[in-house]
Write a protein that binds this ligand. Structure first.
Ligand SMILES: [Zn+2]
Length: 336
C-alpha cells in the first residue's frame, strides 16, 4: 500500500483533462443511489454517506450504473463523509470512522472490478475521491452560500479536511475531486494543502457558484478566483471548474476564462439538473432544458470534463456520453 500522498495510478493518466482528451464524469450519487435503496436519502444528516455503513452493495451498484452509462470515472460516496459526523451519527470511534471513509474507496474498486469483468475490453475507469466543503458538514446549505467563510478560520477547515483526504489517499484513489467549494479561502487552503502534504496527488477543483453567473457562492469573482487557484498549483490541479449549479449558468461562468493565458486551465463542469436546493423548500426547478443539450456548446468552448451533480442519474450520463461522441465525430476528435 502506498503511503498517504503517494498516488497509485494517476501517473498512468498524464493526459487526464489535458489537450484533446474529453472525460465524462459520473452523476449525482444520491440521486442514482435512490434506485437501489428504499430509505430516504435527501434530508439525512449524513446524506448518501450513511449507506457506506448500512448498504455497501447499493453503493457498489450505484457506481456500476454510472460506469455502464459511459462514465470514464467514478467519484467516491464521501461528499458528506467526515470523521466527526460518523462518530456522532453512526456511533463509531474515530478509527472506525476513518476506516469507513477508506472503505468508500474499496467499494469503488469493487465496482470497477465487477464492471471490467462484465466489459473486459473497457478502458479502466478512474476512482476519484470526493472532498466536499467544510460547509457540507454544517447541514444548513452553507456550501451554497459560503456563509461560514467569514466566521471560520481556515485552520479549522484544514484540520477538518485532513483526515478524510488521508483516508481517501490511503484507500487508493487515483485523484481527488475537491468540489462544491463556495469560497476562495477554502479553495486556496486546499490547493496549498495538496502541495504541502500530498505532493504526489492530483485533483480537480470545482466551485459552488452564485446565481448571477459570475461569482463564487460566497461572492468573489469566479474567473479571477479560478485562475488564481490554478496558478497556485498547476502541476497538481488537472482542472478547475464548477459543479452543482444550473446548466444555464455555465456559459457565462466559463466563457473567456482562458483568454490571454499562455497555459490554458482545463475546465471541468458538472452541473445539477437545473433544480436548486433550499433547506426549507427542497429542490425547485429553475432550468427547463436537459443538461445534455448543453454539451456541444460547452465542448466548443473548450470544456474538457463534463458530468452531472445533484438530481442527475445514470440516464443523464448516458445522454452526456452520446453528445460527447457526436461532438467528437463532428469535430474529428478521436478518443485519447
Ligand atoms: Zn450537487
Amino acid at each position: 500500500m502506498a503511503p498517504p500522498g503517494i498516488s497509485s495510478s494517476s501517473e498512468e493518466n498524464p493526459n487526464f483533462l489535458q489537450s484533446k482528451n474529453i472525460v465524462v464524469l459520473d452523476g449525482g450519487f444520491a440521486t442514482q443511489l435512490s434506485c437501489h435503496v428504499s430509505q430516504p436519502i435527501d434530508g439525512d444528516v449524513l446524506w448518501s454517506a450513511r449507506f457506506l455503513a448500512s448498504d455497501p452493495e447499493a453503493v457498489i451498484d450505484t457506481h456500476i450504473d454510472f460506469l455502464r452509462a459511459g462514465a470514464d470515472l467514478i467519484i467516491t460516496n464521501t461528499y458528506q463523509a467526515s470523521i466527526g459526523l460518523f462518530v456522532k451519527h453512526l456511533n463509531l470511534t474515530e478509527e472506525e470512522a476513518y476506516a469507513l471513509i477508506k472503505k468508500s474507496v474499496e467499494l469503488a474498486h469493487t465496482a470497477v472490478e465487477r464492471y471490467l469483468q462484465e466489459f473486459p475490453d473497457a478502458k479502466k475507469p478512474l476512482i476519484v475521491g470526493s472532498v466536499g466543503p467544510y460547509g457540507a458538514s454544517l447541514h444548513d446549505g452553507s456550501e451554497y452560500t459560503g456563509a461560514y467563510a467569514s466566521s471560520t478560520p481556515v485552520e479549522t477547515m484544514k484540520a477538518w479536511h485532513v483526515p478524510r483526504i488521508d483516508a481517501l489517499i490511503e484507500g487508493g484513489v487515483d485523484l481527488l475531486a475537491i468540489e462544491t467549494i463556495p469560497c476562495r479561502a477554502e479553495a486556496e487552503m486546499l490547493v496549498n494543502l495538496l502541495k504541502d502534504k500530498y505532493p504526489q496527488t492530483k485533483a480537480w477543483l470545482a466551485f459552488s457558484v452564485a446565481q448571477d453567473g459570475k461569482s463564487t457562492a460566497f461572492g468573489e469573482p469566479f474567473q479571477e478566483t479560478a485562475r488564481a487557484c490554478y496558478d497556485l498549483n498547476p502541476d497538481q490541479l488537472v482542472a478547475v471548474g464548477v459543479n452543482c449549479t444550473a446548466p444555464r449558468l455555465i456559459e457565462s461562468l466559463v466563457d473567456g476564462i482562458n483568454v490571454g493565458r499562455s497555459t490554458p486551465i482545463p475546465i471541468v463542469v458538472y452541473p445539477n439538473s437545473g433544480e436548486s436546493y433550499n433547506v426549507e423548500m427542497g429542490f425547485t426547478k429553475t432550468d427547463c432544458a436537459p443538461l445534455s443539450s448543453y454539451v456541444a456548446k460547452w465542448l466548443d468552448m473548450g470544456v474538457k470534463g463534463i458530468g452531472g451533480c445533484c438530481r442527475t442519474g445514470a440516464e443523464d450520463i448516458k445522454a452526456i456520453k452520446r453528445e460527447v461522441e457526436k461532438w467528437r465525430i463532428q469535430n474529428n476528435v478521436s478518443e485519447v
